[in-house]
Design a protein around this ligand. Structure first.
Ligand code: ADP
Ligand code: MG
Length: 405
């Protein structure tokens, strides 16, 4: 079976359509710092508007604790969406309460409303399928059809991703269809050499995928927060850097597996070590063997790959024909620790074939560092989702739309 696409829902004129978008944008002091995910949701929303549908957008933002938290309100995102669509967008201050009901009731053909953060409700991410289904049922009662377009969450069995797609006639939106088109080219028979670059801070999420990627790639480059678990696995001290101690054994297994398979798993040789986490931190470059030999000793922390590592990674990336990159190489948000990410991004713009950037923060990083989307083969809106797709896993949010891995 293949993915059910938008046209499988028939004419949507005058019908009320619930759309699951991934509007999980980075915010700083209530301002959106990268609106890439809002922009990525436009093709589907514009298609629905031009058909004369009544559109209800649902999304999560951040990781609130299953209760309302002003810090994670979608209000600024709804405002930005209105600017980008060039029309007013209504906003409901709850997800399935009175505000949502009234907002939905006030929609006329061609209108768009955004409901408040799905994750203000504990049922959205509940482990209980019944709880999720009950919550999905409440959202489903607002509409006649469901369009799933939040690619960044299709690897999650959550109410708005999985149960909601079962509760209404459902199909994938244009973003999901476009993402799958590109990622499909990376599975099966990617042109070689094929290099995957991993970094970022969701260490435990991402370490898990390495075992599945190893048999598929020629080279795996490790930077970002996860590199310290690898260094620890080799017996190096990592000071106060990000470390997943309970993953050290697993990581040793990956190192052995890479050797058996003849895959190059390349770790940094130098690190930018900082006195503390902050733009005003003191910092110096150290070889990985002596990360704690700075004036800050064991309280020093690695916040970027060093220049020697960055050049080596860049060289490998430039010589690859297929490259997938997920996760910044360092804390790129702070200028002193942005160089590694910048050099890797630059190299991706120079590969000989297909370059794909995946992950919310990675996409934000390339834009913040001044690159244009067009310089890359594709910028994916999903980090975890694209990684799991590349592993060859069947993703619940795609399966429920008819997709078979
Ligand atoms: P993505 O959203 O692209 O999948 P993640 O969410 O996993 O990426 O990680 C992004 C974050 O990782 C960035 O905010 C960046 O500051 C952080 N990061 C990168 N390297 C380090 C490091 N060495 N220590 C702490 N945080 C890091
Ligand atoms: Mg992220």
């Amino acid at each position: 079976m293949t993915l059910r696409t938008l046209d499988s829902l028939g004419s949507l004129a005058g019908r009320t359509v619930v759309v699951r978008c991934d509007l999980n944008v980075p915010l700083k002091d209530g301002e959106i710092t990268d609106d890439g995910r809002v922009r990525a949701s436009l093709p589907t929303l514009n298609a629905l508007i031009s058909q004369g549908a009544r559109t209800i957008v649902v999304s999560h933002l951040g990781r609130p604790d299953g209760a309302p938290d002003a810090k994670y309100s979608l209000a600024p995102v709804a405002k930005r969406l209105g600017e980008l669509l060039g029309k007013p967008v209504a906003f409901a201050s709850d997800t399935v309460g009175d505000s949502a009901k009234n907002t939905v009731a006030s929609l006329t053909d061609g209108d768009v409303a955004v409901l408040e953060n799905l994750r203000f409700n504990p049922e959205e991410t509940s482990k209980s399928a019944d709880e999720r289904a009950a919550f999905a049922g409440k959202i489903a009662s607002f509409g006649d059809a469901f369009v799933s377009d939040g690619f960044g969450v299709v690897h999650r069995k959550q109410a708005s991703v999985y149960e909601l797609a079962q509760a209404l006639p459902s199909a994938a939106g244009l973003l999901i269809a476009a993402e799958l088109d590109v990622l499909d080219r990376l599975t099966g028979t990617p042109e070689r050499p094929y290099t995957v670059v991993l970094g970022g801070s969701k260490v435990s999420d991402k370490l898990g995928v390495i075992g599945h990627l190893l048999p598929r790639v020629n080279t795996l480059l490790i930077g970002g927060g996860m590199l310290f678990t690898f260094l620890a696995a080799q017996g190096f001290k990592v000071g106060s850097s990000l470390l997943e101690e309970d993953q050290i054994e697993t990581v040793r297994g990956y190192l052995a597996q890479a050797q058996e398979l003849g895959v190059e798993l390349i770790l940094p040789t130098d690190i930018v070590v900082a006195s503390k986490f902050g733009a005003d931190a003191e910092h110096e470059v150290r070889p990985v063997q002596s990360l704690e030999e700075t004036p800050w000793g064991a309280s020093g922390l690695g916040l970027d790959i060093g220049p020697e590592t960055a050049s080596k990674f860049a060289e490998i990336i430039r010589e690859s024909v297929t490259v997938f990159w997920n996760g910044p190489m360092g804390v790129f948000e702070l200028e002193p620790f942005a160089a590694g990410t910048r050099e890797v991004a630059q190299a991706l713009t120079q590969t000989r074939g297909l370059s794909v950037v995946g992950g919310g923060d990675s996409a934000a990083a390339v834009r913040a560092l001044g690159f244009d989307d067009e310089q890359f083969g594709h910028i994916s809106t999903g980090g975890g989702a694209s990684l799991e797709f590349l592993e060859g896993k069947s993703l619940p949010g795609l399966e429920v739309l008819g997709w078979q891995a």
